[in-house]
Ligand binder design. Structure first.
Ligand code: ZN
Length: 503
């Protein structure tokens, strides 16, 4: 990659990124270290910081730099890398400057109210108390989309595009439809199988040993601890950039697989960040290709790699060495089945990799109906429960375990959910492609060797930055358009053979 013609714009983009990443550390610290009574002060610090950042990112001087670069672009003086940097800088600048400041502060205030109302409503199982604030979030989301030229139901496309450039609701509907048809019968067959997973056998795993085992795994997968950290937080996440990557997870004595796989998941995100071109971090060349692409990386390492036989061929002896008494009466088959336990539950974040997709399809259908005015906020719980019956075969015991379970909508994050399932699709497609190209991959895993896969991902995905989006990534790297077929094939094959289901 090279950008000789726009040094001024690059310098400013890097400077803005340094500022933004310093603000992110405040957010990381809030989740990891903050003393409980300091939360209000931290809230003020972060608000101050984002106001500062907004001023810098919308300055006339920055706008002038983008305009200069655009005139060079028009005269044909820029190479493909530079064109991408300029276009993405314009896109971000417009998004930051097209909103009137009155709207920005009104939205921030409404979001803060909605978040607190959601926390209380979920604790008290009181959807009616949250409904007017959720309605306000939908209205604000429409209003913001309209400032950018997206009117009516197209507002949903605006929000999808925020998280996954180039994606829209109609395309997603077409991609999800086959999964909505084919996944429930697969889940049904797994539930009917006489083979039963027993994750409850895994109890009493010492937490400090869990942490050191996870650190061994993460390092072996290729995460660079010299420019990244792993800490503990209530909800696992990965933040920062490849120059300083902050991952977190949590540990439970009686649920060691949650900790382990959350940790591997976040490592997938961290490896992506560390693989982006370091010299272009802060510009589109050093930015991930969108949320679906990001999720494809976390899920590929978590599921396709971390739940595979070959992976456990290598790690099981070390796992038994770390937890000799807890695993004493657990056979290898039982351990592997527990790792690949599938059963429908109401809570998305605790779901297995098969039923997880159905949770996403449910949320996508609800968001789409809200933005198309086919569903009123007041009717959301009924619709949620009906879709839950249809896709998961169960109804949540109450709204706290149903339509109030996720934080996203209280923060106005509509259009984010589909990325998770699109990420699963992309992961399955990449998995198919890499195994075709490297038929020896499983043997490498069994020998504790993961650098072959990482190099392949670095070369095909990470190093490309934002030159790709989820769809073009599928086309360019796997030679086929993004589609649900490979995901369905992968799930049918892995779980079919494990649960003895005739194909
Ligand atoms: Zn993730």
């Amino acid at each position: 990659m090279s950008c000789p013609s726009i040094p001024g714009l690059l310098r400013e983009l890097r400077r803005l990124h340094r500022l933004a990443s310093a603000g992110e550390i405040l957010g990381w610290d809030e989740q990891v270290n903050l003393p409980p009574d300091s939360a209000a002060f931290r809230g003020e610090q972060m608000a101050e910081f984002s106001a500062l950042l907004h001023r810098e990112a919308t300055s006339d001087a920055f706008g002038a730099l983008i305009e200069d670069a655009e005139s060079m672009l028009r005269s044909g003086a820029l190479n493909a890398d530079e064109v991408l940097v300029v276009r993405e800088a314009r896109r971000d600048f417009d998004r930051a400057t097209k909103l009137p400041s009155e709207f920005v502060s009104r939205k921030a205030a409404a979001q803060s109210r909605a978040y607190h109302a959601w926390t209380a409503a979920r604790a008290e199982d009181n959807f009616a108390a949250f409904a007017p604030l959720l309605k306000e979030q939908v209205d604000l989301a429409r209003e913001e989309a309209a400032f950018h030229g997206y009117h009516g139901s197209a507002a949903y496309d605006y929000w999808i595009d925020q998280f996954d450039p180039g994606m829209d609701a109609q395309t997603i509907a077409g991609l999800f439809e086959p999964l909505a048809v084919d996944l429930p019968p697969l889940v049904g067959a797994i539930m009917d199988s006489p083979v039963k997973a027993r994750p409850d056998l895994l109890r009493g795993f010492d937490i400090s040993r869990q942490e050191s085992f996870l650190r061994d795994v993460i390092a072996r997968l290729g995460f660079d601890f010299n420019r990244g950290r792993l800490d503990r937080s209530v909800h696992p996440f990965c933040s920062g950039c490849g120059l300083d990557t902050r991952m977190t997870t949590r540990f439970f004595e009686d649920n060691p697989l949650d900790s382990l796989f959350s940790g591997i998941h976040e490592t997938g995100h961290g490896l992506y960040e560390q693989g982006l071109p370091a010299e272009y971090i802060g510009t589109a060349l050093g930015t991930a290709a969108g949320m679906a692409a990001h999720e494809s990386q976390s899920r590929l390492w978590e599921n396709q790699v971390g739940r595979s036989r070959a992976f456990w061929q290598y790690w099981e002896p070390f796992y038994r060495q770390a937890f000799p008494s807890s695993l004493e009466s657990v056979s290898s088959d039982d351990l592997y089945l527990a790792i690949n336990d599938v059963h429908p539950i109401s809570i998305r974040v605790d779901s297995d990799e098969v039923t997880y997709n159905l949770h996403i399809i449910l949320r996508f259908e609800i968001e789409k109906a809200l933005f198309e005015d086919r569903l009123a906020v007041a009717d959301l719980p009924g619709e949620w429960n009906a879709l839950s019956r249809k896709y998961l075969g169960l109804e949540p015991s109450n709204n706290s375990a149903g339509c109030l379970q996720d934080v996203h909508w209280s923060g106005g994050a509509f259009g984010y959910f589909p990325s998770y399932c699109l990420g699963n699709m992309l992961a399955a497609q990449l998995w198919h492609a890499v195994n075709t190209e490297m038929p020896d991959l499983q043997n490498q895993f069994a020998a504790g060797e993961f650098s072959g896969l990482l190099s392949w991902l670095r070369d095909r995905v990470h190093s490309r930055g934002r030159h790709l989006n989820a769809r073009s990534l599928a086309e360019e790297v796997t030679g086929a358009p993004l589609s649900p077929g490979p995901l369905m094939d992968y799930l049918t094959e892995r779980y079919g053979s494990l649960y003895g289901i005739a194909g």
